[in-house]
Design a binder for this molecule. Sequence first.
Ligand SMILES: *Cc1c(COP(=O)(O)O)cnc(C)c1O
Length: 368
Amino acid sequence: MKNYLTATISAAAVQHNLTALRQRIAPQVKLCPVVKDNCYGHNLKLLYPILAQHADGFIVASPSEALEIRDYGYTGFILCLLSAYFDETDIQEELIRQQITQTVMSKNALQTIAATAQRIQHTAPIHLKIDSGMGRLGVAAHQANALFNLIDQTPCVHLTGAYTHFATSDDPDPTYLHQQLTTFLNTLPKNRALIRHAANTAALIHQPQSHLDLVRPGLSVYGCHYAEHLRPHLDLQPCMSVHAQIIAIKKMPAGSFSGYGRTHQYQHDSRVAVVPIGYGDGYFRALSNRALVHIHGQPAPVCGRVSMDQMTVDITHIPQTQVGDSVEVISNRADAPNSIENLARLANTIPYEITCHMGRNLRHQLID
Ligand SMILES: *Cc1c(COP(=O)(O)O)cnc(C)c1O
Protein backbone atom coordinates (compact mmCIF):
# COMPACT_ATOMS: atom_id res chain seq x y z
CA MET A 1 0.00 0.00 0.00
CA LYS A 2 1.21 3.50 -0.81
CA ASN A 3 0.39 6.02 1.88
CA TYR A 4 0.75 8.91 -0.52
CA LEU A 5 -2.07 7.68 -2.76
CA THR A 6 -5.50 8.17 -1.25
CA ALA A 7 -8.84 6.80 -2.35
CA THR A 8 -11.57 8.73 -0.59
CA ILE A 9 -14.80 6.78 -0.36
CA SER A 10 -18.03 8.59 0.37
CA ALA A 11 -20.43 6.71 2.62
CA ALA A 12 -23.17 9.19 1.73
CA ALA A 13 -22.77 8.40 -1.97
CA VAL A 14 -23.07 4.65 -1.35
CA GLN A 15 -26.12 5.29 0.79
CA HIS A 16 -27.63 7.43 -1.95
CA ASN A 17 -27.02 4.69 -4.53
CA LEU A 18 -28.52 1.95 -2.39
CA THR A 19 -31.59 4.09 -1.78
CA ALA A 20 -31.92 4.84 -5.50
CA LEU A 21 -31.66 1.13 -6.33
CA ARG A 22 -34.14 0.20 -3.59
CA GLN A 23 -36.66 2.62 -5.06
CA ARG A 24 -36.47 0.75 -8.36
CA ILE A 25 -37.57 -2.58 -6.96
CA ALA A 26 -40.80 -3.81 -5.40
CA PRO A 27 -40.84 -3.96 -1.59
CA GLN A 28 -40.66 -7.76 -1.42
CA VAL A 29 -37.61 -7.98 -3.72
CA LYS A 30 -34.35 -8.50 -1.85
CA LEU A 31 -31.45 -6.14 -2.53
CA CYS A 32 -28.11 -7.97 -2.28
CA PRO A 33 -25.06 -5.92 -3.27
CA VAL A 34 -22.28 -7.69 -5.13
CA VAL A 35 -19.07 -7.04 -3.20
CA LYS A 36 -16.63 -9.27 -5.11
CA ASP A 37 -13.04 -8.20 -5.64
CA ASN A 38 -13.01 -6.04 -2.54
CA CYS A 39 -16.16 -4.14 -3.55
CA TYR A 40 -14.84 -3.65 -7.10
CA GLY A 41 -11.71 -2.09 -5.59
CA HIS A 42 -13.62 0.24 -3.24
CA ASN A 43 -12.69 -1.63 -0.04
CA LEU A 44 -15.10 -4.07 1.57
CA LYS A 45 -13.87 -3.47 5.10
CA LEU A 46 -14.68 0.24 4.92
CA LEU A 47 -18.00 -0.16 3.18
CA TYR A 48 -19.25 -3.16 5.14
CA PRO A 49 -21.12 -1.19 7.87
CA ILE A 50 -23.05 0.94 5.37
CA LEU A 51 -23.83 -2.00 3.12
CA ALA A 52 -24.93 -4.19 6.03
CA GLN A 53 -27.35 -1.49 7.12
CA HIS A 54 -29.12 -1.37 3.76
CA ALA A 55 -28.70 -4.83 2.27
CA ASP A 56 -30.78 -8.00 2.53
CA GLY A 57 -27.65 -10.07 1.95
CA PHE A 58 -24.29 -10.10 0.22
CA ILE A 59 -23.08 -11.63 -3.02
CA VAL A 60 -19.37 -12.53 -3.16
CA ALA A 61 -17.18 -14.37 -5.62
CA SER A 62 -14.75 -16.27 -3.45
CA PRO A 63 -15.07 -18.15 -0.14
CA SER A 64 -12.52 -15.85 1.52
CA GLU A 65 -14.76 -12.84 0.87
CA ALA A 66 -17.73 -14.66 2.38
CA LEU A 67 -15.74 -15.61 5.47
CA GLU A 68 -14.48 -12.03 5.77
CA ILE A 69 -18.07 -10.78 5.98
CA ARG A 70 -18.90 -13.36 8.65
CA ASP A 71 -15.83 -12.12 10.54
CA TYR A 72 -17.36 -8.65 10.56
CA GLY A 73 -20.28 -10.18 12.43
CA TYR A 74 -22.81 -10.53 9.62
CA THR A 75 -25.27 -13.35 10.28
CA GLY A 76 -27.56 -12.93 7.24
CA PHE A 77 -27.60 -14.37 3.74
CA ILE A 78 -24.30 -14.59 1.86
CA LEU A 79 -24.09 -16.21 -1.57
CA CYS A 80 -20.78 -17.35 -2.95
CA LEU A 81 -20.80 -17.23 -6.77
CA LEU A 82 -17.75 -19.44 -6.98
CA SER A 83 -16.95 -22.09 -4.42
CA ALA A 84 -14.16 -23.93 -2.68
CA TYR A 85 -12.23 -25.89 -5.26
CA PHE A 86 -9.90 -28.84 -5.46
CA ASP A 87 -7.82 -29.08 -2.30
CA GLU A 88 -9.72 -26.44 -0.31
CA THR A 89 -11.50 -28.92 1.98
CA ASP A 90 -10.91 -26.85 5.13
CA ILE A 91 -12.47 -23.87 3.45
CA GLN A 92 -15.37 -25.97 2.22
CA GLU A 93 -16.03 -27.09 5.79
CA GLU A 94 -15.85 -23.54 7.07
CA LEU A 95 -18.36 -22.33 4.46
CA ILE A 96 -20.82 -24.95 5.58
CA ARG A 97 -20.24 -24.37 9.30
CA GLN A 98 -20.81 -20.67 8.76
CA GLN A 99 -23.93 -21.36 6.69
CA ILE A 100 -22.70 -19.53 3.61
CA THR A 101 -24.81 -20.35 0.59
CA GLN A 102 -22.75 -21.97 -2.13
CA THR A 103 -23.38 -22.20 -5.84
CA VAL A 104 -23.95 -25.61 -7.34
CA MET A 105 -23.62 -25.89 -11.09
CA SER A 106 -22.73 -29.55 -11.61
CA LYS A 107 -23.11 -33.02 -10.18
CA ASN A 108 -19.50 -32.86 -9.13
CA ALA A 109 -19.90 -29.66 -7.15
CA LEU A 110 -23.03 -31.06 -5.52
CA GLN A 111 -21.26 -34.24 -4.44
CA THR A 112 -18.25 -32.39 -3.06
CA ILE A 113 -20.43 -30.10 -0.98
CA ALA A 114 -22.69 -32.94 0.18
CA ALA A 115 -19.74 -35.13 1.18
CA THR A 116 -18.20 -32.35 3.25
CA ALA A 117 -21.53 -31.50 4.88
CA GLN A 118 -22.06 -35.13 5.78
CA ARG A 119 -18.57 -35.42 7.23
CA ILE A 120 -19.13 -32.51 9.60
CA GLN A 121 -22.79 -33.35 10.25
CA HIS A 122 -24.20 -30.11 8.91
CA THR A 123 -26.59 -29.09 6.16
CA ALA A 124 -25.19 -26.92 3.37
CA PRO A 125 -27.41 -24.20 1.91
CA ILE A 126 -27.09 -24.05 -1.88
CA HIS A 127 -28.35 -22.16 -4.90
CA LEU A 128 -28.37 -23.81 -8.30
CA LYS A 129 -26.85 -21.79 -11.11
CA ILE A 130 -28.40 -22.27 -14.52
CA ASP A 131 -26.69 -21.29 -17.74
CA SER A 132 -29.53 -19.79 -19.74
CA GLY A 133 -27.27 -18.42 -22.47
CA MET A 134 -24.21 -16.78 -20.93
CA GLY A 135 -22.08 -19.79 -21.84
CA ARG A 136 -20.05 -19.63 -18.67
CA LEU A 137 -20.60 -21.14 -15.21
CA GLY A 138 -23.91 -22.91 -14.66
CA VAL A 139 -25.68 -26.13 -15.53
CA ALA A 140 -26.99 -26.15 -19.09
CA ALA A 141 -30.71 -25.41 -19.10
CA HIS A 142 -31.61 -28.81 -20.61
CA GLN A 143 -29.69 -30.62 -17.84
CA ALA A 144 -31.11 -28.55 -14.99
CA ASN A 145 -34.06 -30.83 -14.36
CA ALA A 146 -31.82 -33.83 -13.74
CA LEU A 147 -29.70 -31.81 -11.33
CA PHE A 148 -32.78 -30.58 -9.44
CA ASN A 149 -33.83 -34.22 -9.03
CA LEU A 150 -30.40 -35.27 -7.89
CA ILE A 151 -30.32 -32.45 -5.32
CA ASP A 152 -33.63 -33.74 -3.92
CA GLN A 153 -32.09 -37.15 -3.35
CA THR A 154 -28.86 -35.84 -1.84
CA PRO A 155 -28.64 -35.66 1.95
CA CYS A 156 -27.13 -32.71 3.83
CA VAL A 157 -27.78 -30.07 1.17
CA HIS A 158 -30.66 -27.61 1.28
CA LEU A 159 -31.62 -25.95 -1.98
CA THR A 160 -32.95 -22.47 -1.24
CA GLY A 161 -32.58 -20.73 -4.59
CA ALA A 162 -31.75 -20.77 -8.28
CA TYR A 163 -30.20 -18.12 -10.46
CA THR A 164 -28.87 -17.20 -13.84
CA HIS A 165 -26.76 -14.39 -15.31
CA PHE A 166 -27.39 -12.27 -18.40
CA ALA A 167 -24.87 -11.93 -21.21
CA THR A 168 -26.27 -8.74 -22.75
CA SER A 169 -28.02 -6.80 -19.99
CA ASP A 170 -26.49 -3.48 -21.05
CA ASP A 171 -27.49 -3.94 -24.69
CA PRO A 172 -30.33 -1.53 -25.53
CA ASP A 173 -32.00 -4.41 -27.43
CA PRO A 174 -33.46 -6.70 -24.73
CA THR A 175 -34.37 -9.61 -27.04
CA TYR A 176 -31.60 -11.94 -25.90
CA LEU A 177 -32.11 -11.05 -22.24
CA HIS A 178 -35.81 -11.91 -22.55
CA GLN A 179 -34.88 -15.24 -24.13
CA GLN A 180 -32.50 -16.00 -21.27
CA LEU A 181 -35.11 -15.05 -18.69
CA THR A 182 -37.72 -17.31 -20.31
CA THR A 183 -35.26 -20.19 -20.58
CA PHE A 184 -34.32 -19.76 -16.91
CA LEU A 185 -37.90 -19.60 -15.63
CA ASN A 186 -38.88 -22.63 -17.72
CA THR A 187 -36.18 -24.77 -16.11
CA LEU A 188 -37.46 -24.16 -12.59
CA PRO A 189 -39.55 -26.88 -10.98
CA LYS A 190 -43.13 -25.87 -10.32
CA ASN A 191 -44.59 -25.54 -6.85
CA ARG A 192 -41.30 -24.97 -5.12
CA ALA A 193 -40.35 -22.11 -2.89
CA LEU A 194 -37.04 -21.03 -4.39
CA ILE A 195 -35.40 -17.61 -4.31
CA ARG A 196 -35.10 -16.88 -8.03
CA HIS A 197 -32.62 -14.24 -9.18
CA ALA A 198 -31.04 -12.94 -12.35
CA ALA A 199 -30.65 -9.15 -12.42
CA ASN A 200 -27.34 -7.30 -12.27
CA THR A 201 -27.26 -3.49 -12.40
CA ALA A 202 -28.30 -2.98 -16.01
CA ALA A 203 -31.16 -5.49 -15.80
CA LEU A 204 -32.28 -3.98 -12.49
CA ILE A 205 -32.49 -0.53 -14.11
CA HIS A 206 -34.03 -1.45 -17.46
CA GLN A 207 -35.83 -4.77 -17.14
CA PRO A 208 -38.16 -4.82 -14.13
CA GLN A 209 -39.52 -8.25 -15.11
CA SER A 210 -36.05 -9.64 -14.39
CA HIS A 211 -36.12 -8.59 -10.71
CA LEU A 212 -37.82 -11.84 -9.59
CA ASP A 213 -37.14 -12.36 -5.85
CA LEU A 214 -33.70 -10.82 -5.46
CA VAL A 215 -31.44 -8.42 -7.38
CA ARG A 216 -27.63 -8.44 -7.52
CA PRO A 217 -26.37 -4.93 -8.32
CA GLY A 218 -22.62 -4.35 -8.24
CA LEU A 219 -21.23 -1.40 -10.17
CA SER A 220 -24.21 0.86 -9.42
CA VAL A 221 -23.75 0.46 -5.67
CA TYR A 222 -20.43 2.22 -6.09
CA GLY A 223 -22.02 4.88 -8.27
CA CYS A 224 -20.85 4.01 -11.76
CA HIS A 225 -22.76 3.22 -14.88
CA TYR A 226 -21.50 0.69 -17.37
CA ALA A 227 -21.80 3.27 -20.11
CA GLU A 228 -22.57 6.96 -20.34
CA HIS A 229 -25.87 6.40 -22.20
CA LEU A 230 -27.27 4.64 -19.12
CA ARG A 231 -26.64 7.59 -16.81
CA PRO A 232 -29.91 9.49 -17.42
CA HIS A 233 -31.90 6.41 -16.36
CA LEU A 234 -30.78 6.43 -12.74
CA ASP A 235 -29.10 9.12 -10.68
CA LEU A 236 -26.04 7.53 -9.11
CA GLN A 237 -23.18 9.18 -7.25
CA PRO A 238 -19.68 7.80 -7.82
CA CYS A 239 -18.37 7.09 -4.33
CA MET A 240 -14.62 7.18 -4.99
CA SER A 241 -12.14 9.92 -5.74
CA VAL A 242 -8.40 9.36 -5.92
CA HIS A 243 -5.73 11.87 -4.97
CA ALA A 244 -1.95 11.98 -5.15
CA GLN A 245 0.59 14.68 -4.30
CA ILE A 246 3.07 16.27 -6.67
CA ILE A 247 6.57 15.00 -5.84
CA ALA A 248 8.61 17.14 -8.27
CA ILE A 249 8.18 20.07 -10.64
CA LYS A 250 10.51 20.85 -13.50
CA LYS A 251 10.91 23.23 -16.39
CA MET A 252 10.89 21.58 -19.78
CA PRO A 253 12.23 23.67 -22.67
CA ALA A 254 10.37 23.84 -25.98
CA GLY A 255 11.26 20.80 -28.10
CA SER A 256 12.02 18.48 -25.14
CA PHE A 257 10.17 15.24 -24.38
CA SER A 258 8.69 13.36 -21.41
CA GLY A 259 8.62 9.66 -20.71
CA TYR A 260 9.41 6.34 -22.34
CA GLY A 261 9.45 6.37 -26.10
CA ARG A 262 9.53 10.20 -26.19
CA THR A 263 5.87 10.25 -27.16
CA HIS A 264 5.15 13.79 -25.98
CA GLN A 265 7.12 16.80 -27.21
CA TYR A 266 6.62 20.17 -25.54
CA GLN A 267 5.77 22.83 -28.13
CA HIS A 268 6.61 25.71 -25.75
CA ASP A 269 8.71 26.16 -22.65
CA SER A 270 6.61 24.25 -20.12
CA ARG A 271 6.25 23.53 -16.44
CA VAL A 272 5.67 19.88 -15.68
CA ALA A 273 4.67 18.07 -12.48
CA VAL A 274 5.66 14.51 -11.63
CA VAL A 275 2.77 12.60 -10.02
CA PRO A 276 3.60 9.34 -8.21
CA ILE A 277 0.93 7.09 -9.69
CA GLY A 278 1.23 4.71 -12.62
CA TYR A 279 -0.07 1.54 -14.20
CA GLY A 280 1.23 -0.52 -11.26
CA ASP A 281 -1.28 1.41 -9.15
CA GLY A 282 -4.09 0.87 -11.63
CA TYR A 283 -3.72 4.07 -13.63
CA PHE A 284 -3.82 2.51 -17.08
CA ARG A 285 -0.96 2.97 -19.51
CA ALA A 286 -3.62 3.39 -22.20
CA LEU A 287 -4.35 6.78 -20.60
CA SER A 288 -0.91 8.08 -21.72
CA ASN A 289 -1.24 11.38 -23.60
CA ARG A 290 -5.03 11.13 -23.30
CA ALA A 291 -6.33 11.71 -19.81
CA LEU A 292 -6.54 14.77 -17.59
CA VAL A 293 -6.05 15.21 -13.88
CA HIS A 294 -7.21 18.23 -11.85
CA ILE A 295 -4.87 20.49 -9.90
CA HIS A 296 -6.29 23.52 -8.07
CA GLY A 297 -9.55 22.72 -9.84
CA GLN A 298 -8.00 23.07 -13.27
CA PRO A 299 -7.45 20.37 -15.86
CA ALA A 300 -3.85 19.30 -16.45
CA PRO A 301 -3.10 16.88 -19.30
CA VAL A 302 -1.08 13.69 -18.84
CA CYS A 303 2.03 14.18 -21.02
CA GLY A 304 3.99 11.22 -22.30
CA ARG A 305 3.66 7.58 -21.30
CA VAL A 306 2.33 6.58 -17.93
CA SER A 307 5.10 4.57 -16.18
CA MET A 308 4.71 1.87 -13.55
CA ASP A 309 4.62 4.26 -10.61
CA GLN A 310 4.75 7.79 -11.94
CA MET A 311 3.58 10.05 -14.71
CA THR A 312 4.01 13.65 -15.86
CA VAL A 313 1.35 16.32 -16.28
CA ASP A 314 1.60 19.75 -17.87
CA ILE A 315 0.98 22.53 -15.33
CA THR A 316 2.26 25.50 -17.36
CA HIS A 317 -1.19 27.13 -17.16
CA ILE A 318 -1.51 26.62 -13.38
CA PRO A 319 1.43 28.75 -12.17
CA GLN A 320 0.62 28.62 -8.45
CA THR A 321 1.25 24.86 -8.39
CA GLN A 322 3.94 23.66 -5.98
CA VAL A 323 5.54 20.43 -4.89
CA GLY A 324 3.21 18.74 -2.38
CA ASP A 325 0.03 20.07 -3.98
CA SER A 326 -2.89 17.72 -4.32
CA VAL A 327 -3.70 16.10 -7.65
CA GLU A 328 -7.19 14.81 -8.27
CA VAL A 329 -6.44 11.75 -10.36
CA ILE A 330 -10.01 10.43 -10.33
CA SER A 331 -12.98 12.67 -9.71
CA ASN A 332 -16.19 11.57 -8.00
CA ARG A 333 -18.21 13.90 -10.23
CA ALA A 334 -19.80 11.78 -12.92
CA ASP A 335 -19.46 14.50 -15.57
CA ALA A 336 -15.78 15.32 -14.90
CA PRO A 337 -13.26 14.44 -17.64
CA ASN A 338 -11.43 12.34 -15.04
CA SER A 339 -14.50 10.44 -13.83
CA ILE A 340 -14.17 6.66 -13.78
CA GLU A 341 -16.54 6.33 -16.72
CA ASN A 342 -14.60 8.81 -18.83
CA LEU A 343 -11.25 7.24 -17.97
CA ALA A 344 -12.66 3.83 -18.89
CA ARG A 345 -13.78 5.18 -22.24
CA LEU A 346 -10.36 6.77 -22.88
CA ALA A 347 -8.57 3.54 -21.96
CA ASN A 348 -10.95 1.56 -24.15
CA THR A 349 -12.19 -0.52 -21.25
CA ILE A 350 -15.10 -0.64 -18.80
CA PRO A 351 -15.44 1.13 -15.42
CA TYR A 352 -15.24 -2.23 -13.62
CA GLU A 353 -11.67 -2.75 -14.77
CA ILE A 354 -10.59 0.74 -13.71
CA THR A 355 -11.96 0.48 -10.16
CA CYS A 356 -10.76 -3.11 -9.58
CA HIS A 357 -7.22 -2.18 -10.56
CA MET A 358 -7.29 1.07 -8.61
CA GLY A 359 -8.07 -0.81 -5.42
CA ARG A 360 -4.70 -2.38 -4.87
CA ASN A 361 -2.08 0.16 -3.80
CA LEU A 362 -4.21 2.95 -2.44
CA ARG A 363 -4.87 3.97 1.13
CA HIS A 364 -8.66 4.02 1.47
CA GLN A 365 -10.44 6.46 3.74
CA LEU A 366 -14.13 6.81 4.40
CA ILE A 367 -15.81 10.21 4.60
CA ASP A 368 -19.28 11.44 5.64
C1 LIG B 1 -20.56 -9.29 -10.99
C2 LIG B 1 -21.90 -9.92 -11.02
C3 LIG B 1 -23.07 -9.15 -10.81
C4 LIG B 1 -23.06 -7.64 -10.68
O1 LIG B 1 -22.95 -7.04 -11.96
P1 LIG B 1 -23.01 -5.44 -12.13
O2 LIG B 1 -23.04 -5.25 -13.59
O3 LIG B 1 -21.77 -4.91 -11.50
O4 LIG B 1 -24.23 -4.96 -11.46
C5 LIG B 1 -24.28 -9.83 -10.72
N1 LIG B 1 -24.34 -11.18 -10.87
C6 LIG B 1 -23.23 -11.94 -11.10
C7 LIG B 1 -23.37 -13.41 -11.25
C8 LIG B 1 -21.98 -11.33 -11.20
O5 LIG B 1 -20.91 -12.08 -11.44
